[in-house]
Design a protein around this ligand. Structure first.
Ligand code: SF4
Length: 424
């Protein structure tokens, strides 16, 4: 078999699936080109601190997304104890009535209740279920699962093999934070802080800085040194498969997924925008007759993704199991060369809600739907009542004059500013 040709008949551009931790993040993901979003209710979803949606919020989110032709998948991916199941059936009826497009589950008990209660609703298997082989795929397909999110621990060759053995939709994580354990098989947070990762409440102790203590000298700590800054022994770099998208498309991925319901609106918008542009680039090249095997993303895509906050990037298991090069031993710090400074609330006049300090004279980037941001300068600012100001603090709404003005300004779009000098 030619590994670059999926068994599925023709090359398909995968769905772009984005996190939606709040209504604002959902709107931002949709503005920048997500085909589908995933979000959680208050009770049965991981990412307990993601600002999850109440029922009214879920209805509003589904209505908004459907109004823009975007699908909504609801996460029900906790590993449930008996007490956690209280109210689930009622919630499932509500989700069905609200128009959810699919449910994302990991726990077989929750899967069972979903199938029994709302058999019409498609069910996707969460990455928490750790699908690592084709037999496992067949097993879950027989349980009525219509889409599988494959484990992040798979390489491209394994994804191709699985693709060749199933017609079930395959979803692949392409960007975002990684666990040092198999997703969902980690008790670090539970042990250290009482916050259970399997109930969506991870405190990320894998990012902490550790020292060594000898049993008989509990008051004395010994540094564990990779270098003069100590070590962060469990701290993984973040996943970034942007450069491998053509191969994933060729391998027959049905959906590519961005992690980050707890990430900021600015992060979600910026990442979705780059991946949308990348998928569109591949689509256009295919349309022009280029072979998928020969398509490469220009460096400008890497340049744009590097502007977004990261703990460094890794392709994880994509080619081979990760090594110590894929870990971040010297810091838990998030590198963030650019920060969002404002979100457009109205385009005429240009009304901006500041998210960081914005000052007259600042050089800022407007993030439209194209890959290239428009670099412009803040010429003047005034309050909504017309008073001239030279500085807007986070939360302030100001009327802004910029030059040059982008050809098209979109409500909800983001301005960002460079805050660190960094080689891109
Ligand atoms: S502590 Fe780290 S590895 Fe464990 S679940 Fe949390 S993020 Fe994942």
């Amino acid at each position: 078999m030619n590994h670059n040709t999926p068994e599925k008949k023709s090359i398909k551009i995968p769905e772009l699936l984005a996190p939606a931790g709040t209504m604002e993040k959902l709107q931002t993901a949709i503005l920048y080109g997500a085909d589908a979003v995933y979000l959680g209710g208050k009770q049965f979803s991981l990412r307990a601190r993601a600002g999850n949606f109440d029922n009214q919020g879920i209805s509003a989110a589904i209505d908004y997304a459907h109004g823009h032709g975007v699908k909504v998948y609801i996460t029900l991916n906790i590993f449930a104890h008996n007490r956690d199941l209280t109210g689930l059936e009622e919630h499932l009826h509500f989700l069905f009535q609200a128009g959810a497009d699919a449910l994302i589950v990991a726990d077989p008990g929750i899967l069972y209740l979903c199938r029994k209660t709302v058999p019409e609703l498609p069910i996707h298997l969460s990455t928490q279920a750790n699908i690592t082989n084709a037999a496992s795929v067949r097993f879950w397909a027989e349980q009525g699962i219509s889409r599988l999110n494959l484990a992040r621990e798979l390489g491209l060759e394994e994804i191709r093999e699985i693709r060749s053995q199933t017609d079930v939709d395959l979803e692949i994580f392409v960007h975002g934070a990684l666990c040092i354990s198999y997703s969902g098989r980690c008790m670090l947070s539970s042990y250290f802080t009482g916050r259970d990762a399997n109930h969506g409440d991870c405190a990320h102790p894998c990012r902490y800085s550790y020292k060594l203590v000898e049993k008989k000298r509990p008051d004395q700590t010994f540094p564990v040194e990779e270098d003069e800054r100590g070590t962060y022994i469990f701290n993984s770099r973040d996943l970034c498969l942007l450069g491998r998208l053509p191969e994933l498309v060729a391998a027959g991925a049905d959906s590519i997924k961005i992690e980050g319901r707890m990430k900021s609106m600015g992060y979600v918008g910026a990442v979705v925008r780059v991946y949308r542009a990348a998928l569109d680039h591949i689509k256009e090249k295919l349309f022009l007759g280029e072979k998928i095997d020969s398509i490469e993303l220009p460096h400008s895509f890497r340049y744009e993704i590097n502007k977004i906050g990261t703990r460094g990037q890794t392709e994880n298991f994509f080619d081979s199991p990760p090594s110590n090069q894929d870990m971040l031993y010297d810091t838990m710090r998030l590198e963030q060369p650019f920060a969002p400074v404002g979100i457009i609330r109205q385009t005429v006049p240009l009304l901006v809600e500041a998210r960081n300090v914005l000052e007259t004279g600042d050089q800022i980037e407007y993030l439209g739907r194209n890959l290239e941001p428009v670099v412009c300068t803040v010429k003047a600012m005034s309050t909504e009542k017309g008073y001239t100001v030279s500085r807007a603090n986070p939360g302030n709404r100001v009327v802004v004059e910029i030059s040059p003005e982008p050809a098209e300004l979109l409500e909800g779009a983001i301005f960002r500013k460079q805050i660190e000098r960094i080689t891109l």
